[in-house]
Design a protein around this ligand. Structure first.
Ligand SMILES: Nc1ncnc2c1ncn2[C@@H]1O[C@H](COP(=O)(O)OP(=O)(O)OP(=O)(O)O)[C@@H](O)[C@H]1O
Ligand SMILES: [Mg+2]
Length: 665
């Protein structure tokens, strides 16, 4: 068993009972300890089905299962022959709570087959509640209501207590809405995502017999990434382990990055208070990253004031020094990163799956996607919707296609009534019938006054609006520029109203608006880099890079593709080659934290940066662009303060940032 474990790890793996805490830095083998310990418990006679392990993502759960199988020498072939073997339960908190609730939802007054509401289900419920409450649309948006409720639920605050917690007008209104929302869910036999945790907590609190039954299913509970547990998860864990006390938690306070979703790092830091006899194991050797990568990570995290100071030693040689690459603009950044990746794959035999591009915000991957597609490098994206799959981007591209080529019926039909302009399905059907009868594309039929006259007045106005959009955008594209034409398109379609209609959460809206900005950026960049740039050329460019992704994503992941990940989604993973991109103030640290300026907000961004750096095993490149387009206009950027911190120039950071001075290495 000691094979592949250092003495401290062996100590943890061989501690087979009682509370156990492993608090240690990145890449020290915490997840490995959990995996090996499960295998060890089984070897020592614990029946696999008496073990519950909780991971942060489904991906991590899958990997852990596989690894345990390997350790125990289970072959897939034997399994396939239909041999039944008890297995440990390895899942996320949410997935485990669903199992518990399916067994006992009735005790809470929910049907056993309760449905789980996604965001758009929640939004329609929230809208109907606000209508019932007769709140003017401006007082509280459905998205605001849902956000406030989610924060309360994450803090285990129930509707009865919400009025006492409310501290401003919106929250007071939301407190009234919360009760109705909760009743609304219940009468529909539904729970939202937060409920899965909260209702399980309530179930355990109010029904000791059920709690004991559920806790009695296991003799061992193990939790990975314990630093990111919220209140409900923390209490559920305590309930599950309360009797047998065989609770093993592992985590790293420096990698706590979900405070914004209610996670509380004190759960791991105070573990000893809850379980005074807990054995604490520290792991100090990092097996993942080469020495010089680790040195950077260590330097960076020292700048966080409040942390549990830990030793983190490299066990690998220094290796290649991490690089900081500064590029003229964001296009150069993406081209150069993808160019290097292509070179690594083609000339240095690096496997695509061994390479990751990590970014902070959802707008960043667009350029990298474009370049990867052009270069024909397979990629897979996690933790963020593919830019080209986004509804608003698809809408804009459809508009542009139709404007360029009015007979493109597929594109026209996509946007004919988006945003709504009186062209109801019925009106469209009438137009289609005429088009089919005349054997011409629908847009040509829409130019015929006698056909249009058959439509309702609202639909007639819709047709007129489309005609002027088509004319004005085209004219501006020809007389001025593509990015200017895009501006006309956005104003004339009032597309931002459509976004406000579809999305209530301020953050959602901001993100969606930002993707429209990205389309403008793409047009403006295309014009800068191409002679005789026209719409046709731009659309051809996208089409060239726009092979169908959609459902292919999962298949690609199984195969061999470069990873495009948000920093949040990268937690717990590792890659031989890592590119961290956009190290600029306003991206990393995120603009929200820069604006708030609060130490704790910057500290969380720093932890995110630390998570990013510590994903790299051999080769780390951090990059930034010296100018970046915003709404089509290049703006100078400010290098991220973290770059000066990792290179030992923190004391001059402010001065150097002002000068946009290259980060010295
Ligand atoms: N004793 C060891 N000998 C060799 N390799 C090891 C040892 N312990 C861990 N490793 C390897 O080091 C890498 C990091 O391990 P692991 O992912 O378990 O770390 P972690 O502490 O969970 O990291 P994170 O904080 O990022 O979640 C893995 O590739 C793992 O296989
Ligand atoms: Mg881990």
């Amino acid at each position: 068993m000691a094979h592949g474990l250092n003495p401290a790890q062996s100590d943890a793996v061989n501690t087979l009972s009682g509370p156990l805490l492993v608090l240690a830095g990145a890449g020290t083998g915490k997840t490995r300890v959990v995996t090996f310990r499960i295998a060890n418990l089984i070897r020592n006679g614990t029946s696999p089905d008496r073990i519950l392990a909780v991971t942060f993502t489904n991906k991590a759960a899958g990997e852990m299962k596989e690894r345990i199988g390997e350790l125990l020498g289970y072959s897939k072939r034997r399994k396939k022959k239909g041999e039944k073997r008890p297995e440990p339960t390895i899942s996320t908190f949410h997935a485990h709570c669903v199992r518990v609730l399916r067994r006992h939802a009735k005790a809470l007054g929910y049907p056993a087959k309760f449905s789980i509401y996604d965001r758009s289900d929640q939004e329609s419920l929230a809208r109907s509640i606000l209508r019932e409450l007769r709140l003017p649309g401006t007082a509280l948006k459905p998205g605001d209501l849902l956000n406030i409720i989610s924060n309360w639920k994450n803090a285990s605050i129930m509707p009865e207590r919400a009025p006492l917690e409310a501290s401003n007008d919106k929250e007071h209104l939301a407190a009234a809405g919360y009760r109705r929302y909760q009743e609304g869910l219940k009468s529909r036999g539904a729970m939202d995502f937060d409920d899965l945790l909260l209702q399980t907590e309530i179930l355990f609190d109010e029904h000791p017999a059920i709690r004991d039954e559920e806790a009695g299913r296991f003799d061992h509970v193990l939790v990975d990434e314990y630093q990111d547990t919220n209140g409900s998860q923390y209490r559920i864990t305590k309930h599950l382990a309360g009797k047998h006390r065989n609770l093993c938690v592992v985590g790293d306070d420096d990698q706590s990055i979900y405070a914004w979703r209610g996670a509380d790092v004190t759960h791991i830091l105070n573990f000893k208070n809850d379980w005074p006899d807990a054995k604490v194991v520290c792991l100090e050797a990092n097996y993942r990253s080469c020495g010089s990568i680790l040195e950077m990570a260590n330097r960076l995290i020292q700048f966080n004031k409040y942390r549990h100071d830990k030793v983190l030693r490299p066990s690998r040689p220094d290796g290649i020094r991490p690089r900081i690459a500064q590029h003229k603009d964001e296009i150069k950044e993406s081209q150069s990163v993808v160019g290097e990746i292509k070179h690594l794959i083609e000339n240095e035999h690096v496997q695509p799956r061994d390479i990751a591009i990590l970014f902070r915000t959802n707008e960043q991957p667009r350029l990298f996607e474009t370049e990867l597609r052009k270069a024909d490098v397979p990629y897979v994206m996690l933790g963020s919707q593919s830019f080209f799959d986004r509804r608003e981007v698809r809408d804009m591209v459809a508009y542009l296609k139709w404007i360029d080529q009015p007979d493109d019926e597929v594109s026209l039909l996509r946007v004919i009534n988006t945003p709504a302009r009186g062209l109801s399905p019925k009106a469209v059907k009438t137009l289609m019938e005429h088009a089919v009868a005349a054997g011409v594309p629908i847009w040509q039929i829409m130019q015929k006054p006698d056909v249009v006259a058959e439509l309702s007045p609202a639909a007639q106005r819709g047709v007129a609006q489309l005609q002027s959009i088509h004319h004005d955008v085209n004219t501006r594209a020809k007389s001025e520029s593509l990015s200017a034409a895009m501006e006309t398109l956005l104003t004339q379609t009032s597309y931002s109203d459509e976004i406000n209609r579809l999305y209530d959460e301020p953050e959602d809206r901001q993100n969606r608006m930002a993707s429209l900005g990205e389309v403008t950026n793409a047009l403006s960049a295309f014009e800068d880099n191409r002679e005789n740039a026209d719409l046709t050329g731009f659309l051809a460019d996208i089409a060239l890079s726009g092979r169908e992704m959609g459902n292919e994503k999962d298949k690609l992941a199984m195969q061999n593709a470069v990873w495009l990940l948000t920093l949040h989604a990268a937690k717990g993973l590792e890659f031989p080659v890592v590119y961290m991109v956009g190290l600029e103030e306003g991206l990393l640290p995120h603009s929200r934290s820069v604006k708030s300026g609060r130490d704790e907000d910057i500290a969380e961004e720093r932890r995110l940066c630390y998570v990013g750096i510590t994903r790299a095993q051999e080769k780390l490149t951090m990059s930034l662009a010296l100018t970046r387009r915003k709404w089509g206009k290049p703006r100078p950027t400010i290098p991220s303060q973290f770059l000066y911190e990792v290179t030992g120039q923190a004391e001059n950071a402010k001065k150097y940032q002002r000068q946009q001075r290259p980060v010295a290495r």
